[in-house]
Design a binder for this molecule. Structure first.
Ligand code: A2P
Length: 345
């Protein structure tokens, strides 16, 4: 991300809507984010840089390089394969933006698309998958139950709506988006999570979802599910990137065979400004984004970089290299969440 991008982001991310609105309901929260972020998406980039990325490869080689990592998978506890690299769609607005981004990502070779009810873009994500040349069964599709839905019936109804919006008769992974409704930090939702997850178990048993799980769950939230539900979540999707210590949650997940997915691998872009990351990138002849993504793959988790730019989608997939232990340690030592929320909202 260039300094121009960052400046532009600062300006466009400033939000003049009342903050309370954002936490009124997930959908409002996300849609507000999408609206503001969308201006930031139209930064100078695309076409000419896309061409630059392709110089030096003939078509066959290019596809080989681009698609290698995108083809690799991990295996969930129930035998379902999940591509190591996914395409995140948070902050991509419903309509042409989401449609074009997902369609392009599929063309580039991504086979793992991550959306959520709360992102408000499932319809366009589904349309892009349908219109692409890629057969449905070759795409791993994830969606998430809205964070405020904490009852059995509500969860089942919401899932049915997701299938309709995505225009598919099954989903690859369906997860509870968060242990608590957004903005209700102190709330006790243990019972509600058990109820909502019970709906996910029934969805899984009815073969409407190939895997189920949770997102943003800490150890205590996972313990509640393990104690009161039947199926151990296949996946916990958490915010995990250089600078954030998620070791407690990850250790617990590993002990219980819960696969970890990392969202916001680039710290929503802010991590790319980190000097240590930049220096290591120079040393490897890679970009800071590639270092951030490779770091997570070295940790054995799958990750979901988001970009609306084709050249960046390609760049983010070219991560078939190794970061040596000493450099991993240097990256481990970076402390602090790089995300500057005041610039986003
Ligand atoms: P854009 O969509 O305009 O390309 P994260 O995946 O951690 O949420 O980060 C997403 C942010 O990082 C978005 O703002 C995205 O902007 C930006 N981004 C994604 N890939 C790259 C890249 N390779 N170089 C620079 N910025 C990137």
């Amino acid at each position: 991300m260039s300094s121009i991008d960052i400046k532009h982001r600062r300006k466009t991310f400033r939000c003049d809507r009342p903050k309370a609105l954002m936490f009124h309901k997930n959908t409002v929260f996300y849609q507000t984010m999408n609206k503001n972020h969308n201006h930031a998406l139209n930064r100078p980039n695309s076409q000419s840089e896309d061409k630059k990325m392709l110089v030096g490869y003939n078509k066959g080689e290019k596809e080989e390089v681009f698609r290698k990592m995108l083809k690799e998978t991990y295996t969930l506890r129930n035998g379902v394969e999940i591509p190591k690299l996914g395409f995140g769609t948070w902050q991509i607005e419903e309509g042409e933006d989401a449609y074009n981004a997902v369609k392009t990502a599929l063309e580039v070779g991504y086979r793992h698309i991550d959306t959520a009810q709360g992102y408000g873009n499932e319809k366009s994500v589904g349309r892009a998958i349908k219109d692409s040349a890629v057969p449905r069964e070759e795409v791993f599709v994830t969606s998430k139950l809205e964070a405020h839905i904490k009852d059995y019936e509500g969860a089942k109804e919401a899932f049915a709506e997701t299938l309709k919006r995505l225009d598919t008769d099954y989903i690859d992974l369906f997860i509870i988006h968060a242990p608590l409704p957004w903005g209700e930090m102190g709330k006790d939702c243990d019972e509600g999570n058990v109820e909502a997850y019970r709906a996910l178990e029934d969805i899984y048993n009815a073969k409407k979802a190939r895997a189920i799980g949770v997102s943003n769950f800490e150890v205590k939230h996972l313990q509640n599910i393990l104690k009161n539900n039947e199926i151990v979540p296949h996946v916990n999707q958490i915010g995990y990137f250089i600078g954030i210590d998620q070791s407690k949650t990850i250790d617990f997940c590993r002990e219980n065979d819960i696969f970890v997915e990392a969202y916001s691998p680039l710290g929503i872009g802010f991590l790319l400004e980190n000097e240590t990351v930049q220096n290591i990138a120079k040393k490897y002849g890679k970009t800071p984004a590639q270092i951030c993504i490779r770091y997570l793959l070295e940790k054995g988790v799958s990750t979901l970089p988001k970009s609306v730019h084709k050249n960046r989608m390609i760049e983010n997939s070219e991560v078939d290299f190794k970061i040596v232990d000493a450099d991993m340690k240097t990256l481990d030592a970076i402390e602090g969440d790089p995300r500057r929320w005041d610039e986003i909202f």
